[in-house]
Structure formats: C-alpha cells, structure tokens
Design a protein around this ligand. Structure first.
Ligand code: FES
Length: 271
C-alpha cells in the first residue's frame, strides 16, 4: 500500500435499503481510484457534514473500472449514528473515500475444497472473493457457503453468490430459513467432511462467530483466513485505535487497518 493514500471525492449513484438497516450504495469515483483486492476496505465519510468527523471502514463489495471513472458498491449495516448518516445519502450526494486500504484475502493454491463462512453483513467482503476465486481457480475446486443471519430477510446478497457455490447452507437465529441456530453449529456438524490438507476456509462475521471458529479448528486444523470487523479512526496505521491482540509475544498487537483486516485465524488471541 502506498504510504500516503489519496482522498477521493465520490458521487452517490444509488443507496438502496435491501432489508431492515441493510443498504447497498453505489458510488462513482475518479479513474485514479485503484482497484480493491477482495477483502480490502475504504474509509467512507459524508462530504461537507460535521458528523461523523471520522470515516467509517466499509468493505468494497463490487467494483467496475471504466475509462473516465470507477464505480464501487458497498454493502453496509446501520449500527449507530455514523452509519445512520450514510443511510440518509441520496443520488448526487458527495462522499469522501480513502482507500482501498488494508490487506485482503490471499489465494491458497493446491486446495480443492473452499469453505466460505459468513455471519450477517460478513457476506460483503466474501462476495468479491467468490468472484475472484471463480475466475482464478480450476472448475474442479468446490466452493461451499455457510451463511448465517438473525432472520431470513436479513440474508442480504445471497443471490449474488449462490450460483457460484457448489452448496449453500443457511442458518438463522429464529429458524425462519434453514437451520435454526448459529451458523457455526452447522459448520461444526460438517467439519469432518473437509480434509485439512485439501481445504481452506475464508470467514467474516461477528467476533463471537470467529472465536467459535477458532475453537472448532483446534482439533481439525484447516487453514482459515478471517476478515475482522473493528472500529477505526485514521484507517492507515497511525493512531493504533484498531489494534487486536495476537498470540505472538514478540508482536502482541496487530492493527486491523494496516496488517488486516484479513488475518490467519490462528494468529489472533480470541478473548
Ligand atoms: Fe488508526 Fe488503525 S485506525 S491505526
């Protein structure tokens, strides 16, 4: 990543509510905006508004490179006043975009079983990963998706990935679709069918889901990359406002915005 990131001004093309508190925003950006790797994020701020002063980190959900402009889409959930401001943005409004930032997912070659585990809005960074894997990997590689949400109507973005996956397993907290319970329970039931030497897991979701995954994989050590959701301030590694604890005594903290947001699951000290 370049040391200094350029701040781009983007124009909102659309901002649609997909489900309660879940939105998809399309933004036109100058051609100078670099292509984001799957799992990278941007810091987004509504331009000319006093609040929120700091940008919010949001994963790049889709992108399209044009001659004179680039378009990106972000899939986000309103979790507080800051993201609440985004929900009010309309076509033509301006946003400030810093990025793409951070380290995205890495392609692990030589594995023919790929397992994707999404919890809620965690589907957002996994979607460009699915597109990239489908382009780069041989067709013999299977993609299995496990997707959990609180309710059936909150399974946003499922249509964009389901056709690319060999199997899709759904879990909802209220049982309104698929398995009733946490998605990690579904994963735990199936885990033994995935040989560790042939499989790689990519996951994104709430802290509790990732912590549970780290427990499950102790006895069945499949390599697993996770995208971590964390509050951020500067977004470029300067303020240390986003650190998470690691298991490495020589480097006990990692910055989610700089060394992450994607980490090897086994590196993180899950508390
Ligand atoms: Fe400032 Fe990560 S947000 S170091």
């Amino acid at each position: 990543m370049p040391r200094f990131q350029k701040l781009h001004t983007g124009k909102v093309l659309s901002n649609r509510e997909l489900a309660e508190d879940h939105y998809r925003m399309s933004i036109a950006l100058p051609a100078a905006f670099r292509e984001a790797a799957p799992g990278q994020f941007v810091l987004v701020r509504a331009k000319d508004r006093a609040f929120p002063f700091l940008g919010r980190p949001l994963g790049v959900y889709a992108q399209e490179k044009g001659k004179s402009e680039n378009r990106i889409e972000i899939l986000y959930r309103v979790t507080g006043r800051g993201t609440g401001v985004f929900a009010l943005l309309k076509k033509g409004d301006l946003v400030e975009i810093l990025g793409p930032l951070g380290q995205g997912f890495s392609l692990v070659r030589g594995r023919d079983r790929i397992v994707l585990i999404a919890g809620g809005i965690g589907i957002a960074p996994l979607t460009p990963l699915v597109r990239s894997l489908c382009k780069k990997l041989p067709s013999a590689v299977t993609l299995d998706l496990y997707y959990g949400a609180r309710r059936a109507d909150l399974l946003v973005g499922l249509g964009a990935v389901r056709k690319s996956c060999s199997t899709v397993r759904i879990a909802t907290d209220d049982g309104s679709r698929g398995f009733k319970g946490p998605v990690t329970e579904l994963v735990a039931r199936d885990l033994m069918q995935y040989p560790p030497e042939r499989t790689v897991i990519y996951a994104c979701g709430p802290h509790a889901m990732l912590k549970k995954m780290s427990e499950l994989l102790v006895r069945h050590p499949i390599p697993c990359q996770v995208s971590v959701e964390e509050r951020m301030a500067c977004g470029v590694g300067a303020c240390l406002g986003c650190v998470i604890e690691t298991k490495d005594a020589g480097k006990p903290y990692n910055r989610v915005c700089r060394e992450g947001p994607v980490f090897d699951l086994s590196e993180i000290a899950w508390r």
